[in-house]
Design a protein around this ligand. Structure first.
Ligand SMILES: [Zn+2]
Length: 286
């Protein structure tokens, strides 16, 4: 059955310097956005998901978690949400070559600290034993061929990752034909990859205009049509800050995606629910 897997990276102000720069007109990042962007974004996400009784996983950056604790504690009261992590401060597992520049991967010591810190913060502040992680940026082939990186994931108790979020050119859209798999070849048959395909919200809007939410709905509908036709899984990657930056309140592009998926009879799951369904249907090889 075609399945839409919904997930949001909750990462506003995850990069420490940004905490001091909000509201400064010439700052890098999103100086037009309020400090409360995470809470405001989650409110819009919650509205859409309640309307369509659609679950979602929130992948939290640890730094965002400790700077927006009240709204994230409130989010745990929403039965449609479950939680994973997105590192502590949005560090990269692999180099990301992007528009002529490069975002460098962090060394293993930093990755270990980042991943384990966020696991601890999920437990300490939200009472959650995290089993899922989205790697920042995402990469072509995810963590294929990287048992060294999968070891870091495994030792933190993480059971599924979502790291394949780019096409072979290092951009979007990522083909919907790339489907979930177990990291058996790398020696971690118990870790599931759930790719996030098609367009990241930010990548599409950067190319087409921040006010083009209505047009984005039409693009997202083509992805739903494709997974229905080919019986595929589509892992979505949207963001807390994107709800404000790309005017979800005014154009309802998340709302429009969920509405269309329901109208086409697509199953909607959170990432964690999808992992659990894979475990139930196809137990991880031992
Ligand atoms: Zn991110």
């Amino acid at each position: 059955m075609a399945t839409l897997v919904m997930g949001y990276d909750v990462e506003f102000m995850a990069i420490g310097e940004g905490l001091a720069r909000a509201g400064i007109p010439d700052a890098v990042g999103y100086p037009d956005m309020p400090h409360e962007a995470t809470g405001m974004g989650l409110d819009l996400i919650r509205q859409a998901h309640r309307e369509f009784d659609a679950p979602a996983t929130l992948f939290l950056c640890g730094r965002t978690l400790v700077h927006a604790l009240p709204v994230l504690r409130q989010a745990t009261e929403e039965p449609l949400f479950d939680f994973g992590q997105h590192t502590y401060s949005h560090v990269l597992f692999k180099d990301d070559h992007w528009e002529g520049g490069v975002f460098r991967a962090s060394p293993p010591e930093a990755l270990i600290h980042e991943v384990e810190a966020s696991q601890s913060l999920l437990k300490e502040h939200l009472g959650i034993d995290g089993i899922g992680m989205r790697t920042p940026h995402g990469h072509w082939e995810g963590l294929r061929g990287r048992p060294d990186l999968l070891e870091i994931i495994d030792r933190a108790g993480i059971k599924y990752i979502t790291s394949w979020g780019r096409n072979s050119d290092g951009g979007n859209p990522t083909p919907l034909d790339i489907q979930p798999f177990w990291y058996t070849d790398e020696g971690y048959p118990q870790i599931l990859e759930i790719p996030f395909q098609f367009w990241l919200d930010g990548t599409w809007f950067a190319a087409h205009g921040n006010d083009q939410g209505l047009k984005f709905i039409e693009v997202l509908k083509t992805a739903i049509d494709y997974i229905v036709e080919h019986d595929l899984v589509y892992g979505v990657c949207f963001h807390d800050w994107a709800m404000l930056h790309y005017n979800e309140e005014g154009t309802r592009w998340v709302w429009g995606l969920l509405e269309y998926a329901r109208s086409r009879g697509v199953d909607i799951k959170s990432y964690t629910q999808f992992y659990e369904s894979m475990l139930a249907e196809v137990p991880a090889p031992t």
